[in-house]
Every structure is written in C-alpha cells, then in structure tokens.
Design a protein around this ligand. Structure first.
Ligand SMILES: Cc1cc2nc3c(=O)[nH]c(=O)nc-3n(C[C@H](O)[C@H](O)[C@H](O)COP(=O)(O)OP(=O)(O)OC[C@H]3O[C@@H](n4cnc5c(N)ncnc54)[C@H](O)[C@@H]3O)c2cc1C
Length: 412
C-alpha cells in the first residue's frame, strides 16, 4: 500500500512526514527539479523570498522540530522590530505583541485607546469589511502597524484585505512568545527543505523530482492511475493520493473544485553583500521596501502585495531599494560597510505568491473530494492566510483524514 504525495512544497512535505511517521509507505512526486515550492532555494542557494515565522505558528515550529531544524530559525530582533519611517525620518523599535505595548518606547506610532479598541473589535464576529475601512478613523495606526502587518500576513492591500482574516491572525499574537519573529539563519534550502527531505529519507519515503502529474485517471469516484506523461502509475487497492499542489493546478487536475482565482505577487530583491555580522531584520515605512533581512551572505528586501512594484526591472528595483536599505542600516548602526553604490542585485518575482485575501473568499474545498484522494496546500484552510503555518496544518490534516479512512477500510 503506497500513499502518493503530489507536490513537494511545505504542505506535501508535512503530509509525507506525518504519513511516513505513522508507518505508511510514501512516494513524493514533484514537478520541478527542486522541492520546496513557494518556500524554496534557487539554484544559487538564494531563497526565492524571505520567509518569516512567528511564535504563534505552532504547527510550523513543531514541523521544524520534527525535521531537526528548529534551532536553525533564529529571532533576530528580540528587543522589538527596528522600524524606520522614511517619510518622517523617525526610527523606533516596535513590539509586535500587545503584551509589549506596556512599554511606551515599544508602542507603534498612533496607538491610542480608540486604536486599541479598533484592534480588539477585529476579534468580535460580525460582517466582514476591508482593513482600510476598519481603521479609517485611525490613519496613523493603520500606516504604522496595521498596514505592514496586513501586507506581510495577508499579502493583500489594506483597501481589499479582509479585516476578519486579519483579526484571526492578530488573535493568535496575544499569547506569550506568540509574536516572536523567526527567520532561517542560513536560508530555506539548508534550514527547511534539506532537513525535511533527510528526515523523510530516514523514514523510507522516496522522492521523484521533475515528475509533473498530467492527469488523475478516475473511475467510480476513485483515482485509479496517476498519469505523469512518460510514466503511468496504476494505483492498487488501498493506495491513496495526497494532492498538495497550488490552487490553479488542483483546479486543472480536478475540474469544478472551488479554488481561489485571484493571486497577489511578492517581489524580493537580493543584494549580493557578503559581510560578517549577525542576522538582522528591519521594517521600513513610507518607501518601496517593506522588510530587510540582513545575513552574512546577503541582504534581501521584501515587497509584498507588490502589484505596482512587480513590473520594475531588476535595475530599477535595486536603484530605488538600496538607498532605503542603506538609510535604515546606517540609522540602526548595522555593522559593516554600506556604500552608496548598490551591491550587485537580482530580483525574484513570485507573481502568484499567495491568494488575495479579500472579502467573500471562495468556500474551502472538501478535504477528501475523491474516495482515495485528499487535498493539502496553504489555500485549503479557510481560517488562516496562505502561509507556511497553513501549509503544514493542511498537510497534517490531509494525513489525519487519510489515516482515518485507511483505518476504517482495514476495520471494514
Ligand atoms: C516570496 C514569498 C514570500 C513568502 N513569505 C512568507 C512568510 O514570510 N511566511 C510564511 O509563513 N509564508 C510565506 N509565504 C507563503 C508560503 O511560501 C506558502 O504559503 C507555502 O510555501 C505554500 O506551500 P504549499 O505546499 O501549500 O504550496 P507550494 O509551495 O506551491 O507547493 C506545491 C508544490 O507542488 C508542485 N506541483 C505543482 N503542480 C504539480 C504537478 N502537477 N505535479 C507534481 N508537482 C506539482 C510545485 O512545484 C510545488 O513544489 C511566502 C511565499 C512567497 C512566494
């Protein structure tokens, strides 16, 4: 009996690990030459884009522990996030958790009693509205805290983003340690994908890279074969499938499945600056750059909800972003040289980085649309934005549903 996991992104890796640890024989099939999906290392080792986790992302952190990579994710700014406002010229450290706002020095700009109340109101169920509408009366708080959080967590502009979904994110930041921000010390390759594959290998799971599933052959509500073009794998009784592909691929393979149709881009610009020093993470307001990750191997800048920025050429993006980064680095006294001339840079554009998290999202798809097929993927959970946390949870949920179905079959 084999469980075929289609797609070796985080959701597929998490599903494969849960199944392999439960003693199932697992075969992973990945379309591209390298696993990781939207959280992957490029051929030169650079991350496709900076990925941050929060202490609240318990499933993601459990997954890192299970693959022996938890210690590779470090908290670069334990004293609060250094944020430079490029328009106003102010610099401060901001606590991401309301628990840190007792200290006036770490409060976000514009936090008033009314603003706090508007944040609390997000937790109260009611009709959904855009984040911009929910904070229309608190423009400074919107600009200094709510908009950066929305764009980072929902990858959707505030005018369109769901206040209800943002509320679900903020509610999870209240607990102790929940707002700790973590990044991979070296990168997604060594600190996520490689350890996941090594752990899966130890559990006997196999991986076929460069294997794109062309079609699911079906009969009587079941998958009977997997068509990879050059290879067709016939399923035996008891075999099952975890389909852990992005929404557009899931809809192609299973026509009629409800999937998110609209996606938002993320632009990352990677500067080739090699300089010893600690890992640092800075926030910027009022410019093009939003987050700056400084590692000894390079400086990576993130622009989320990047509808306007994604069309810039590499040279245009670097020319606009480097002076912003340099200003923040000098202001927060980051070590090393920060010359005026930008280091060589490359831009990575993920045009369908995540679904857009607006009002009236499509209904969540059924977890098990066919008798022997379950779905996984960041987009399959309605309660969370599309993130690593959602991907891991979806993979584990798929494995649990399949486990139950297989047990029932054995009992029957
Ligand atoms: C630039 C960027 C920055 C991000 N930043 C963050 C962040 O800071 N924090 C965070 O938590 N999340 C972040 N995310 C979101 C996070 O990367 C995703 O939510 C997560 O990686 C999705 O995993 P997944 O397995 O659901 O989907 P995917 O990663 O899309 O995996 C699907 C896999 O299926 C494969 N596949 C597709 N079709 C087929 C087929 N027919 N046959 C076989 N294989 C197939 C794909 O190649 C891919 O490997 C970011 C995303 C991007 C793009």
């Amino acid at each position: 009996m084999t469980i075929h996991v289609i797609g070796a992104g985080v959701a597929g890796l998490a599903a494969a690990l849960a199944l392999a640890r439960a003693g199932q024989r697992v075969a992973l099939h990945e379309a591209t030459p390298a696993p990781g999906g939207r959280a992957r290392a490029l051929p030169d080792g650079t991350d496709n884009g900076t990925h941050a986790l929060l202490g609240a992302n318990r499933a993601a952190l459990r997954f890192l522990t299970a693959i022996g990579a938890r210690d590779a994710w470090v908290e670069p700014e334990p004293l609060g996030l250094p944020v430079l406002d490029l328009e106003e010229g102010t610099a401060r450290r901001v606590a991401l958790s309301p628990l840190g706002w007792g200290d006036a020095a770490r409060r976000p700009d514009g936090l008033s009693l009314g603003g706090l109340f508007a944040l609390l109101r997000l937790a109260i169920p009611g009709p959904d509205r855009s984040v911009a509408a929910a904070f229309a009366a608190h423009p400074r708080l919107l600009r200094a805290l709510v908009e950066p959080l929305t764009v980072a967590a929902l990858n959707t502009p505030v005018e369109e983003a769901s206040a209800r979904l943002l509320g679900a994110v903020l509610r999870r930041l209240g607990g102790k340690g929940a707002a700790r921000l973590l990044v991979a010390r070296q990168g997604l390759g060594p600190d996520l994908v490689a350890p996941a594959l090594a752990t899966l290998g130890c559990h006997g799971a196999s991986l076929r890279a460069g294997a794109r599933l062309r079609a699911l052959v079906q009969a009587e509500g079941r998958v009977t074969a997997l068509d990879f073009g050059d290879t067709i794998i016939a399923l035996l009784p008891g075999d099952a499938v975890v389909l852990a592909v992005p929404p557009w691929e899931a809809a192609r393979l299973l026509p009629g499945l409800p999937v998110p149709q609209r996606h938002a881009p993320i632009l990352n610009v990677h500067f080739n600056r090699v300089e010893e020093g600690p890992v640092r993470f800075l926030g910027l307001l009022g410019g093009l750059s939003q987050w700056v990750l400084v590692r000894p191997t390079g400086v990576s800048v993130t622009v989320s909800a990047a509808d306007a920025a994604v069309g810039l050429t590499d040279a245009e993006a670097a020319a606009r972003i480097w002076p912003e980064v340099r200003q923040a680095a000098l202001r927060f006294r980051l070590p090393g040289a920060w010359p005026e001339a930008p280091s060589p840079a490359r831009a990575v554009r993920e045009r369908r980085a995540t679904p857009r998290h607006g009002l009236n999202p499509p209904p969540a798809p059924p977890r098990r649309p066919l008798a022997n097929l379950v779905l996984a993927g960041d987009w399959t959970l309605a309660a969370l934005p599309a993130t690593i946390e959602a991907a891991v949870r979806s993979g584990e949920a798929a494995a649990a549903v399949l486990g139950r179905a297989l047990r029932q079959r054995v009992v029957a």
